[in-house]
Design a protein around this ligand. Sequence first.
Ligand SMILES: [Zn+2]
Length: 275
Amino acid sequence: MPEGDTIFRAARALHRALAGQTVTAFDSQLPALNRIHEDAPVTGRTIERVIAAGKHLLMHFSGDLVLRTHMRMNGSWHIYRPGERWQRARRDMRILISTETFEAVGFNIPVAEFTSSRALSRHNELRRLGPDLLSEEFRTSEAVQRIRERGTTPIADALLNQRVVAGLGNVYKSEVLFMCRVNPFTLVRDVGDDKLAAIVDTAQQVLRANVSEALAPMTTYSGFRKTTRRASPRERLWVYGRARLPCRRCGTPVRIRKQGLDARLTYWCPECQPE
Ligand SMILES: [Zn+2]
C-alpha cells in the first residue's frame, strides 16, 4: 500500500497540473463512475482542487462533485501531456480525465466513487481516520493518546492502523521502529511515553522529508549514494527490503516476518531492536 507521502505527492502533482482547468473529456472502465458521468457529466466542469486525506485522493470538481480514489496496493495516478506515450498499458487504465493541457490517468485503481462534499463528511472510512501525519494541524500528543488506546496491540500493527494515525504504510512502519530502536512486536502498553512520542515524531519527520521533491521517493537512509536517486530500496532504506543483509548500524543480519491480520512483512534488526 502506498505510504501517505506518496499519495500526498500525487495529489500535489495533480493539483498543480489540473486545478482551475476545465475537463474536456472523461473516460472510465468503472461502470459506477460512468453511470454518474452519464447523469451529471464531468466534462465541462472545472477541477477546483486535488487533495490527499490519509491514503485517499480527493478530486473536487465544480458543482459539488468529488472523485474519491484509494490506491490500495497497485493503483496509481499519472499525468501526461496530450499525445504523450503512457508508461502503463492501456488496459490498466481505469479513469481518464483530460483537460486542454494535461491527461490525468488512473491505472489499476481499485476504489473509486463520485460523491459530494456533504457525503464525504459523513464517509465512514474518512471520518474515522486518525490524525494525519502530513496535516498542518497534526499534534504528537493526540497521536500518542490514540496509540495508547491500543495497549494490547503490537506497536507495528498500531502504527499501520489508519484510525489510530493516518499516513504510515508498511515500509515506513519498519523504518521508523528501527530508527527508534523499538522491537516491532512489543505491545503498545510496554512502550514508554517518551518512546511513543519519539516514534510519532520520527514518523512525521520521515513522511514530511519525503514530501519534499529533493528526495527520491521513500528514503530514510541516505548515508549511502545519497545523490544517485537509486531505485532499489536496498540502497535507500535502513531495514525494509533488506532481509538477511547486514544491519547498517551493527552488522547483524536483518530479519523478516509476517505480522498482523493482513500478514504484512515486518523487517527489523534483532540486535538494535531487542525484545
Ligand atoms: Zn542492528
